[in-house]
Design a protein around this ligand. Structure first.
Ligand SMILES: Nc1ncnc2c1ncn2[C@@H]1O[C@H](COP(=O)(O)OP(=O)(O)OP(=O)(O)O)[C@@H](O)[C@H]1O
Length: 503
């Protein structure tokens, strides 16, 4: 390759510029050479290298740089040509070398190459984005993917690699500001509909409907069973009381008010909390130090999928290692109950005060009493050296994703319908009006629908997904995931490691 700057005659092997035929139909003013895009100055007609793709052939050759002006290709002057015509000149030579005459840019942009890793909070497909300079240079990604941003020189189009790395070559992705703009434009172009946040969980009104159906089905719902409501599951294993499985706390959570929820009821997209609203979340690799408290294990899933069953089995496996958090309630203690064992029994005033001070991860009301899981109850377990396992409603995810609790989120997903029918033949569901009744097909369909909504909104925040098909397999997967969360490096929000004012 010849190289004599400032008027440089560069030759690069033919294979470097093997442009896909589809590019020739590209009407955009940017066209992809192998590993570089070019653009035309619409006033002067000059052709420039728009960007060199990180890790691509042009980048590795070290001969082309963003801003270089291309004078000739294979001896043909290219000034005034459309980028597509330049590509045709390149392609006209089917073998051998391709010669470029280039005027290098005088001041190359300085690459402040800082390592930046982000979690994609949205899906992106370059093929469906008419504004991308070159769709073939774009990179498709899905919610939850971890991306390494390798070039932020351009304020609109960054270059990134998807981890784990399968290609040496980066792809174009929209920058944060561009993607936010696209999301806003897309949102405003949609006909009015309640914001997705509002669609994720059944609202109290929907709950009332569900209850109405239940009432019709079972006129004589066993009220007595509900009066003795607390004995759904509780027990004493190796001297440790398994708290947090009482029916009332589980039922009240269906009518639950998350500490993070209220803003989601407004139509404006900016009303969603920060993480869900940002297209990318900066992340860092985090490995828990053996002397640090354990990460909080948080299970969630559609009602009836088996979250409590899995949680209970894990704690039963080794109650000296795993423990749930003891909930708070304003209900009066029964004769046999002790504060700090089944519940922390508190006055309404204290409970309200805790709500006011954001001390609850989630709370709700059931039969006139308040129930909630407090941050302090979780910390008490963690500070004792145990691994705290709780289950939450999806819209409490943000409340546990803090630098204080460093929650590892496990989503329990229902298997396909036919597997639900097979595996749940001898299982029982507890609804607002039933204690342990056999599953019906409607329950499975509702579970699937609820799973779809949860996944649509929160998938990107899940550290692990367990499909609860065969119970034994799920237990093993859960145990493995819990071990991994504590002992292996994980991607976590950068704000946990470099806390900011609002983290
Ligand atoms: N993999 C499975 N195979 C068969 N039965 C299961 C499986 N997982 C859970 N179950 C059973 O399904 C029923 C509902 O499970 P569980 O009470 O854990 O649901 P949940 O997700 O906690 O629901 P909710 O939040 O409404 O209480 C229980 O009878 C449980 O034993």
């Amino acid at each position: 390759m010849a190289c004599s700057r400032p008027h440089q005659f560069t030759s690069i092997p033919r294979s470097l510029f093997n442009t896909p035929a589809s590019m020739l139909n590209n009407v955009l003013s940017f066209v992809l050479f192998q590993g570089a895009t070019i653009k035309r100055n619409e006033i002067t007609g000059e052709i420039f290298v728009a960007r060199v793709i990180h890790g691509g052939l042009a980048d590795r050759s070290g001969l082309l740089h963003a801003g270089d002006r291309i004078i000739e290709v294979n001896g043909f002057p290219v000034d005034g040509m459309e980028p597509e015509q330049v590509i045709q000149v390149v392609q006209a030579r089917s073998h051998g070398t391709i010669m470029f005459k280039v005027i290098p840019i005088t001041e190359r942009p300085v690459h402040n190459q800082t390592m930046l890793y982000v979690r994609a909070m949205t899906d992106y497909s370059p093929q469906q984005d008419p504004t991308i300079p070159c769709a073939d240079a774009g990179m498709i990604f899905k919610k939850g993917d971890i991306l390494e941003i390798v070039d932020q020189t351009d304020t609109l189009w960054w270059q990134a690699m998807k981890l784990p790395c399968s290609s040496a070559c980066a792809g174009l992705i929209p920058s944060t500001s561009l993607l936010k703009r696209k999301q806003r434009e897309f949102w405003w172009s949609q006909p009015y509909q309640p914001h997705v946040c509002m669609q994720t969980l059944s609202t109290v009104d929907e709950e009332e409907d569900m209850m109405a159906i239940d009432e019709n089905c079972v006129e004589a719902a066993d009220e007595e069973a509900f009066e003795s409501e607390e004995d759904d599951f509780s027990g004493n294993i190796e001297g440790v009381y398994l708290a947090g499985f009482r029916r009332s706390i589980r039922l009240c959570r269906r009518r639950f008010h998350s500490t993070t929820q209220p803003s989601c009821h407004i139509r404006c997209p900016s009303s969603c909390n920060n993480t869900l609203n940002n297209p990318y979340e900066e992340v860092v690799r985090y490995q828990r130090h053996p002397e640090d408290t354990h990460r909080l294990i948080t299970l969630l899933g559609p009602s009836g999928v088996g979250v409590n069953e899995l949680r209970r089995r894990l704690i039963e496996m080794n109650p000296n290692i795993f423990q749930g958090a003891i909930p708070h309630t304003t209900r009066c203690p029964r004769g046999y109950e002790e504060s700090g064992r089944e519940y922390y029994f508190t006055s309404r005033e204290i409970f309200d005060n805790m709500v006011y001070n954001n001390r609850f991860l989630e709370f709700g009301e059931y039969k006139g009493s308040l129930y909630g899981t407090s941050i302090d109850a979780v910390k008490e377990v963690l500070n004792s050296g145990k691994i705290c396992i709780i289950d939450i409603e999806p819209n409490a995810i943000q409340a546990v994703r803090t630098h204080e609790l460093r929650a590892y989120i496990i989503y329990v997903k229902p298997p396909p319908l036919e597997r639900l029918r097979e595996t749940r033949q001898d299982s029982y569901i507890t609804t607002n009006y039933y204690v342990n009744r056999p599953f019906k097909d409607e329950d499975f369909q509702e579970m699937e629908e609820s799973a779809r909504k949860i996944e649509a909104q929160y998938w990107q925040l899940f550290d692990q997904v367990i499909i609860n098909d065969e119970l034994q397999d799920s237990c093993v997967q859960l145990l493995t995931a819990v071990r991994r969360s504590q002992d292996e490096p994980q991607w976590v929000p950068a704000s946990w490691i470099r806390p900011t004012a609002d983290s």
